[in-house]
Design a protein around this ligand. Structure first.
Ligand SMILES: *Cc1c(COP(=O)(O)O)cnc(C)c1O
Length: 371
């Protein structure tokens, strides 16, 4: 069997260090926030080239609080993409703002920035570019428009820890960078976690209040806050794992390069890399018309795959909006029908990649014989 991801395998490799870090938190009695979370905030902010990190309990909470800190609320519009995990758009709805969708580029699966200008209105308050699958959005055009119009840029970097755009780490390119440490992400906790990074000291202070009941001082509630605090144990674990993130991302890139070599001449479409991007391959998605048949073919051979994502957000029942009927965002809709995520994790072996690639190639051969 070739799994889609192998979290236990990675854990075994760092088991002793992780257990020692958990023990130290248990011994300290600081179970929520505390010194381990504070150190992790500093280390992760530095990793993303930003001044401040605010640890929270999920990537979704990070997006929610970034929108609140940016002052986004009812009557405002927030531009993002429909081809993302639903949390990106849920956060916009949590603050009472309206999601405005821009389609994706078919090659990179990220926001088609050429369509951004047409989506702007006097109500546009923020833009949330999503660095999907581990690759940065083309940020310069977004930042130029945002600066000109006084619009806030909140990066959804939940899938892109360590990815770079023109040499600079994602998360620190806009006003706020939001990360998730859900176990399967490139940097994953052993539980839930998230962080907002920013260079704005005032925003960081506001975020710290919002995540902890709106209080700077205990029991003095200055604004409506939330219980979105990061746990001490997760902070300690993430510190251990952050030290290995670059090695793991490199292993992911090596695996992706191998897939590319094996698959590039075939009939599936391999991921397209924007030249100045350093991709961290959270997901390695190919495009193929006969997606369901290929998925079944691989499954029968013990190869697990994923689909990220089978339904674009604008076609989800709870997100429907008459402005975005079926067919209105064609590139996102086509991607939802055709993407298939192949097994990729830092510990995957060359032999495993070869087996997957051979099976894909064999499937494609069978398809062309049948046609
Ligand atoms: C995982 C993810 C989120 C949400 O993060 P959680 O920690 O699961 O709340 C948001 N956006 C994207 C693109 C994601 O992949």
């Amino acid at each position: 069997m070739i799994p889609f991801v192998d979290l236990q395998g990675q854990y075994q490799a760092i088991r002793d260090e992780v257990r020692a870090s958990i023990d130290s938190v248990l011994d300290s009695g600081q179970y929520v926030l505390g010194p381990e979370v504070m150190s992790f905030e500093e280390e992760f902010a530095a990793y993303t080239g930003t001044a401040f990190g605010v640890g929270v309990n999920s990537g979704t909470s990070a997006l929610h609080l970034a929108l609140l800190a940016a002052g986004v609320g009812p009557g405002d519009e927030v531009i993002t993409v429909p081809f993302t995990f639903v949390a990106t758009v849920a956060a916009v709805r949590y603050v009472g703002a309206r999601p405005i969708f821009v389609d994706i580029e078919p090659g990179s699966f990220t926001m088609d920035v050429g369509q951004l200008e047409a989506a702007l209105t006097p109500h546009t308050k923020a833009i949330i570019p999503v660095h999907l699958y581990g690759q940065s959005v083309d940020m310069d055009p977004i930042l130029a428009i945002a600066r000109r119009r006084g619009i806030v840029v909140i990066e959804d970097a939940a899938q892109a820890h360590g990815a770079r755009y023109k040499g600079r780490p994602v998360g620190g390119l806009g006003d706020y960078g939001c990360f998730s440490f859900y176990p399967g992400k490139n940097l994953g906790a052993y539980g839930e976690g998230g962080m907002i990074v920013t260079n704005d000291a005032q925003a960081a202070e506001r975020l710290r209040m919002l995540r902890d009941w709106g209080a700077k001082e205990k029991y003095h509630h200055e604004c409506l806050g939330f219980n979105y605090r990061m746990e001490g144990i997760q902070g300690a674990i993430l510190r251990v794992k952050l030290r290995r993130l670059d090695i793991w991302n490199k292993a992911r890139r090596t695996a992706a390069t191998l897939y590319h070599e094996f698959l590039k001449s075939g009939l599936v479409t391999v991921p397209w890399l924007r030249p100045h991007n350093e991709h961290v391959f959270h997901i390695y998605a190919v495009r193929v018309r006969e997606r369901e048949a290929l998925r079944l073919f691989l499954q029968k051979r013990g190869i697990q795959t994923g689909i990220h994502y089978p339904i674009p957000v604008h076609l989800q029942k709870s997100y429907s909006d008459p402005r975005y009927p079926s067919g209105s965002l064609p590139c996102a809709e086509a991607a939802s029908r055709e993407v298939l995520s192949l097994p990729l994790f830092p510990e995957i072996t060359k032999a495993q990649i070869e087996t997957v690639a051979q099976s894909v190639t064999e499937f494609v051969g069978l398809q062309s014989v049948a046609a």
